[in-house]
Design a protein around this ligand. Structure first.
Ligand SMILES: [Zn+2]
Length: 282
C-alpha cells in the first residue's frame, strides 16, 4: 500500500477517485453518481459490467481490411472518435482493454461487407500485374494489348511493375483481360515471332497463364503449377490453353483431335471452347 500522494493524470472519468483517491468535489460527485447508477441497474437486474474490448478491436481490424475507413466505421457504429481511438490504441492514448457492452455491440453490428470501391481509390495491383503477365505468357505483346485494353503500351509496361493502381485502371485491365485471354494472339495481329518472344519472356520471368489462377486478385493465392505435384497414380490433369484450342478449332480440328494434340481430356477442350464463346457473347 502506497502512502505517497500520487497525482491523478486527469479528471475525466472514475480513474482519479478509484486509483488516486481524488477528493475534488466534481470528481467525488461523478463517482457517487456512477455508484448510484450501478446500484440502480443491479436493482433492476440490468447491470452489465464492462466487456473485453478485443472482439470489437478485431472486428474493426477486419472492417479496415475490407476497405472501411475509420470515420466510416465510427459513423456506422455510432461511437465517438475518442472511443474508437481508445479501443484501437494509436500510440498516444492508453488502450482500452474493457469497454461498455453497448459500445461493443454497436461495433460488432457493423456488417463486414467490402466497402464500395470508388474509381479514384488506390488499390493493390496484384491482380492487374498478374493479368498482364498472363496475357504475355499466352503470346500477347504490349504493343497489341495497348489498343485492346485502352492504354499506351508504355503505360502497360509500368503497370507490369506497379504495386498500387487506381481502381478504375484495374477495372479496365480486368475487362480487357476477360476477352483477350480467350483469343489467340497470332490470329489477332501478333506476329508469330513476337508471340514466341512474349512466351519466352513470361517463362523466364516465371509468369503464369490465365488457367493457373483460381483467384487472380488474391495476393495470397498460389498459381496452380507451383502447387505440390499430384500423386503419380492419379491421371495428371492437363488444361487446354484456350488460345491454342481456338486456333486449332479455326483450322477445322475436332475436339478429339485437339485433345490428343494437347494431351488433355476432350472435356477440357470443350470447356475451353465454351469459355471462349461466353467471353465473346459477354
Ligand atoms: Zn479527480
Amino acid at each position: 500500500m502506497t502512502t505517497a500522494i500520487r497525482q491523478a493524470p486527469h479528471h475525466r472519468n472514475l480513474t482519479c477517485v478509484k486509483e488516486y483517491r481524488c477528493r475534488r468535489p466534481e470528481c467525488v460527485a461523478r463517482h457517487n453518481a456512477y455508484q448510484r447508477h450501478v446500484y440502480r441497474q443491479k436493482g433492476y437486474g440490468t447491470w452489465q459490467p464492462l466487456v473485453d474490448a478485443a472482439p470489437a478491436r478485431q472486428h474493426i481490424d477486419a472492417l479496415r481490411e475490407a476497405g472501411h475507413s475509420i470515420p466510416d466505421i465510427q459513423k456506422q457504429a455510432r461511437v465517438s472518435a475518442a472511443t474508437l481511438a481508445r479501443i484501437l490504441y494509436d500510440g498516444t492514448n492508453k488502450r482500452a482493454e474493457r469497454i461498455r457492452p453497448e459500445v461493443a455491440q454497436r461495433i460488432l453490428a457493423v456488417p463486414l461487407a467490402p466497402a464500395p470501391v470508388k474509381p479514384s481509390t488506390v488499390i493493390d495491383a496484384t491482380g492487374t500485374r498478374r493479368r498482364l503477365q498472363a496475357l504475355i505468357s499466352m503470346g500477347w505483346t504490349l504493343t497489341a494489348l495497348g489498343p485492346r485494353l485502352g492504354f499506351h503500351p508504355r503505360r502497360l509496361t509500368d503497370l507490369l511493375h506497379s504495386d498500387r493502381v487506381l481502381a478504375s485502371t484495374a477495372r479496365r485491365i480486368a475487362d480487357g483481360y476477360r476477352v483477350a485471354q480467350t483469343l489467340d494472339p497470332a490470329a489477332h495481329g501478333v506476329p508469330k515471332k513476337s508471340a514466341k518472344a512474349s512466351r519466352n519472356l513470361a517463362s523466364r520471368e516465371g509468369w503464369h497463364g490465365p488457367l493457373d489462377w483460381d483467384n487472380i486478385d488474391d495476393p495470397a493465392a498460389k498459381p496452380e503449377t507451383s502447387r505440390k505435384p499430384r500423386a503419380k497414380d492419379r491421371p495428371r490433369k492437363v488444361q487446354a490453353d484456350p488460345a491454342r484450342v481456338a486456333r486449332l478449332t479455326a483450322q477445322g480440328w475436332s475436339a478429339g483431335q485437339i485433345a490428343q494434340e494437347i494431351g488433355c481430356h476432350k472435356r477440357s477442350v470443350v470447356r475451353a471452347r465454351r469459355r471462349a464463346e461466353m467471353a465473346v457473347a459477354a
